[in-house]
Ligand binder design. Structure first.
Ligand code: NAP
Length: 445
């Protein structure tokens, strides 16, 4: 047997992901040693409760509640506790004591990424975080390494499995949001408190991480525009289906060019999370259930799609172990970390300056001249109509004009978000519009 050097590996956390990482490190130790060129010796696992049941069979003597002591002298520290503190302090301690670190902690990286990366740069350590965005799907390394010689123009990601599961079932079964959410909670796809998923916070953290890498810019979480899926109802789903679309919660990270963009390079970026209409022909429309996918458009490479399990203990453990092998290889080779030398630091524009197409659904009075009024307001607001479909409503809402009511579904050409929202306000106040049923962006067209 090859006489490998031993590397001390400390694991912080033994929950859904950590317990699987520990088990795989032990089960596949010989093979991992051959891949890494070093024996990866799991020297301890820090947890809160020594007596808590674990999902995998692990020797009790590995467990400790003293993370700080465990970190001392470790070559690689894997942080799988989640949350901001004490995860942040432990990672900084590990970096400053000479370890390379692996983490899956999107919440921490989206809020304190620059601090952690700077600390690593100072001492020549490396931070690996493949599992922090889209779970098992390799997307961090492709963005950081494989596409480093290309220019990413746009990323559209389905990066939250819970919301994709809910929207997919609403689409397939014609079900209401609240019913599918309750089911998802009973099946364990959604948390008892689903806010982080359904309000788009989890997707926004991943969007910040992906955009930071893709555009070589530290994107703060509060620069990410975020909307969740709680406003999506069966009517919107049905209308989307009829029009050849499906509604997906998307994380969109986009490079903007043009004279309106204020940076010295004439470029800026937009990072946003919202439910959007996606053509049923688009590859993202075929992402079903709790799966994730990241669709990347790069200048030279063209369109690439990365697809698979965005969560799950053992699936996520695969990404973590890949990082551990990389960390071990680098630790043996020595030298400084492979971070970027200079960031582009492109400005992140507010949502009002973003340009997309929209689908606006209105209930209007079914009277002569109404269409002309609506078209006039749109044109004054610099929103140009691409498609328009009118249907008579059989049971109009109370208060509709005597002539009855009609539903207008207006597809627009690309328009500025601020222009569009001002125009929708004017339509709502115009006297001919009974109700703005929905306004949805169209992405990927
Ligand atoms: P989890 O099941 O809640 O497990 C957390 C573990 O950390 C537990 O073992 C817990 O100890 C330990 N821990 C928490 N606070 C601690 C503290 N102060 N001191 C010592 N130990 C502490 O979490 P998870 O689902 O495995 O997620 C871990 C990380 O992976 C998170 O950052 C998460 O966002 C990320 N991630 C998870 C998934 C997934 O599918 N679950 C996917 C992608 C990324 P006790 O067991 O003793 O309470």
């Amino acid at each position: 047997m090859t006489d490998y050097r031993r590397l001390r590996v400390a694991l912080l956390g033994a929950g859904a992901v950590g317990s699987q990482v520990a088990a795989l490190l032990r089960q596949h130790s010989a093979e991992l040693a051959d891949r890494a060129g070093a024996v990866l010796e799991l020297v301890g696992i820090a947890v809160r409760d020594l007596d808590a049941p674990r999902e995998t069979d692990l020797p009790r003597e590995l467990f400790t509640t003293d993370a700080e002591t465990l970190i001392v002298g470790s070559d690689i520290v894997i942080e799988l506790m989640g949350g901001i503190e004490p995860a942040r302090s432990y990672l900084l301690q590990a970096i400053n004591s000479g370890a390379d670190v692996v983490t899956a902690n999107k919440a921490l990286l989206a809020t304190h990424g620059p601090e952690i990366f700077d600390a690593a740069d100072q001492v020549g350590a490396e931070v690996y975080y493949e599992a922090a965005a889209a779970g098992a799907i390799p997307i961090i390394r492709p963005l950081r390494d494989s596409l480093a010689g290309d220019r990413v123009q746009r990323i559209m990601g389905i990066v939250n499995g819970t919301t994709n599961y809910i929207l997919d079932r609403m689409d397939k079964e014609g079900a209401e949001f609240a019913d599918v959410l309750a089911d998802a909670q009973a099946l364990g796809y959604a948390e008892a408190d689903p806010t982080a998923d359904v309000e788009g916070y989890d997707a926004a953290q991943k969007a910040a991480i992906l955009a930071s890498l893709a555009f070589h810019t530290a994107v703060p979480l509060d620069a990410v525009h975020r909307e969740g899926i709680t406003g999506i109802d069966k009517g919107m789903m049905d209308a989307a289906r009829k029009a050849g679309y499906v509604i997906k919660l998307l994380a969109v990270c986009e490079r903007l060019t043009g004279e309106a963009e204020a940076s010295a390079s004439g470029e800026a970026i937009s990072v946003r999370v919202y439910p959007a209409l996606v053509s049923r022909e688009h590859p993202l429309a075929s992402v079903h259930g709790a799966n994730n996918a990241v669709f990347v458009q790069a200048e030279a490479a063209g369109n690439l799609m990365f697809y698979g399990a965005g969560a799950g203990g053992v699936q996520t453990a695969s990404a973590v172990l890949g990082d551990v092998v990389s960390a071990a290889r680098r630790h043996i080779a020595g030298g400084v970390g492979v971070g970027e030398s200079t960031l582009a630091n492109l400005p992140v524009v507010p949502i009002g300056r973003v340009t997309t197409s929209y689908q606006i659904t209105l209930e209007v009075d079914d009277q002569p001249g109404v269409l002309a009024t609506v078209a006039g307001i749109l044109s004054e607001g610099r929103v140009s109509i691409a498609t328009l479909e009118q249907t008579v409503i059989d049971d109009p809402a109370p208060g509709a004009a005597d002539g009855g009511a009609a539903r207008l579904v207006i597809g627009t050409h690309k328009a500025r978000e601020q222009d569009l929202s001002d125009t929708v306000d004017r339509l709502a106040a115009s006297g001919v519009v009974e109700r703005v049923v929905s306004v949805l962006r169209v992405e990927g067209d």
